[in-house]
Each structure stands twice: as C-alpha cells, then as structure tokens.
Design a protein around this ligand. Sequence first.
Ligand code: ADP
Length: 319
Amino acid sequence: MKIVRAVSEEKAMDYDTPLPHFNALEDALHSLFGENIKIVKKERIAGGDINEAWGLVLSDGSRMFMKCNEKKNLPFFTAEAMGLSAIAKTGAIGAPRVFCSGTDQGAGGYLFSFLLMEFITNGRAVKNYWETFAYELAAMHKAGTAGLAPGGIYGFAKDNYIGAGKQNNTAYDSFIDFFRECRLKPQFKRAAAYFDERDTKNILRLLERLKDILAEPDAPSLLHGDLWAGNVIRGNDGKAWLIDPAVYVGHPEADLAMTELFGGFPTAFYSAYKEAMPLQPGYEKRRDLYNLYHLLNHLNLFGRSYLPPVKGIIMKYIS
Ligand code: ADP
C-alpha cells in the first residue's frame, strides 16, 4: 500500500530553514495572513503536559493552534517546529504545518513565548485507521535521512526535548554508540542521586554490554521519538497525525517500542507495521532497553515511582 501526502504547502517552514519569529502575536498574524486579520475567538484546549494550548479562530474563518509558555521556553518551540517540519518533509504521514514562533506580552506585562501552527480538526476515522497509521509510520521510517544528522548518521541537526527533559542529538555513525552516549548516559547522569554503588556498577555493566544487546538498524530512520497515544491525533482526513515530537535519526524499533510502553496500540497496528517494515530478529528482546530511556526520563522528571521499573530493566539485561 503506497501512501504519500502532499506537504509542500505555502508558508509551512522547512525543517532546515529558520522559523519566522515575531515579537507580537498581532504582528505574526498580520504578516502571515493579512493586515486586517484579527482573532475572533480563543478557546483553551486541554490535554497538554507542559504548555498552554489554544485554538484561535481568525476573522477570515481559519483556525490556528497556538501553544504558549514562559518566554524562556522559546527553545522548546523552535525544537518542536524543526521536528514537525522534518516529519512533514518525509511526505509520509500527517504533521501540522508550523507558521512561526513568537514572544509577546500578556496581561500584567507577563512575557510569554508562542508557537503557531495549523489546527488539526478531528474527522471521522478512515476504515482501517490503525493499519493506515502503521503503513504511514513505516513509510516515515523508510524515508531518506540524508542531511538530518550532519557529521554522522544517527542524531539530529539540533538538540531537542523529550517532554520537559533535554535530549542530546550529537551525531554518531553507529546507532549503538548514539544510544549509549546520547540517550542512556545523560539520563543516568541526571538520575545519579537515585542510585547507590551497586546500582552504579550494574549501570556500567549494562553500558558495556550494549553492543551484545542492541543491533545496528538495516537503515537509519527518522523517528517521532516520543510516540505514545497522546502524541497521535486524528485529522480531518480521518487518519493519524503526529504531534509533539522529539525527533532524531535512529533505529525504527525505538519508536515501535515506545508505542508499547504505556498500554500499546491495537494488534492491527502492529501486524500492518510488520508487514510494511519487517522487523529484525530479536526485537522483543531489545524493546525494554529502548524504553529504559523513557523510563529514566520519567524518573528524572516525575520522581521515584519510576525507579523500580528502571532497576528492573537494568537487572534484566545484566543477569
Ligand atoms: P504539550 O506540549 O503541552 O504536551 P501537546 O502538543 O500535547 O501539548 O498539545 C496539547 C493538546 O492539544 C493535545 O493533546 C491535542 O489534543 C491538542 N493539539 C496539539 N496539537 C494540535 C494541533 N495542531 N491542532 C489541534 N489540536 C492540537
């Protein structure tokens, strides 16, 4: 099944061209959509973990999605924009077009940053929604990655964020080296206070053993990077669209593993994905190791309740 989307829409940013930035929301709207454009309705949208989300209706009838946070959080938005644009550029799966970032002054002089993007309106799910999603994700994983991780094969042109945590994307030629140096080690370092001497020995053993546990991918893939159910929304076309990414070039199995971390998707999704993108033997044995990265990130962001699953996975791989 061949699915290709048209994504080269006017005014959408390219992942490697600078995102337009404005010093006032009004300036952004005027510059991008016309001098007379006004916001006629503003609705708060629930569901985000980090940012305030708003649906804006403009005087020409169009809808925009806007995320806001403190001014200092602007780098989160520029990173998110780069990630969404890299996904959109594959032409494989829906991702909202990003228009600009900005800063502005709210009520009482409060300075905030914002990211303005296409509003994704929910449509009725296509027949075979989960299979279609799997085929499109596989198509994204099969898309070329040349130029995405300058100086290497795995990584990304810029560091970004995984939730509120910083994500290092330094380029490496080996995925296993990348996963050790840019995924596990920084999270272990941040979580050092949770571990005693024995844990530290176990962690070092695990890091030394990575080459025996992981496999280099057949080909590098652009990953969403934070692929859980909350980061997939149904678009007007009835298909799955990806939001809130933490992109990098890596092993496609890492995205698949993340979908299984918090509940998983229906079986139809996994069967279709495997049909479109046959897995390397032994994926099930590697799955928890990919997810150790996300659990460590949760440990660092949300605290001690994530320590038992983290220790459980370490022990599983060193015993
Ligand atoms: P956060 O950065 O705080 O995690 P999200 O990216 O998860 O925020 O967005 C918050 C909610 O807003 C999502 O759960 C989703 O329902 C909705 N949303 C996100 N992006 C769009 C969009 N482009 N169009 C419409 N709704 C969106």
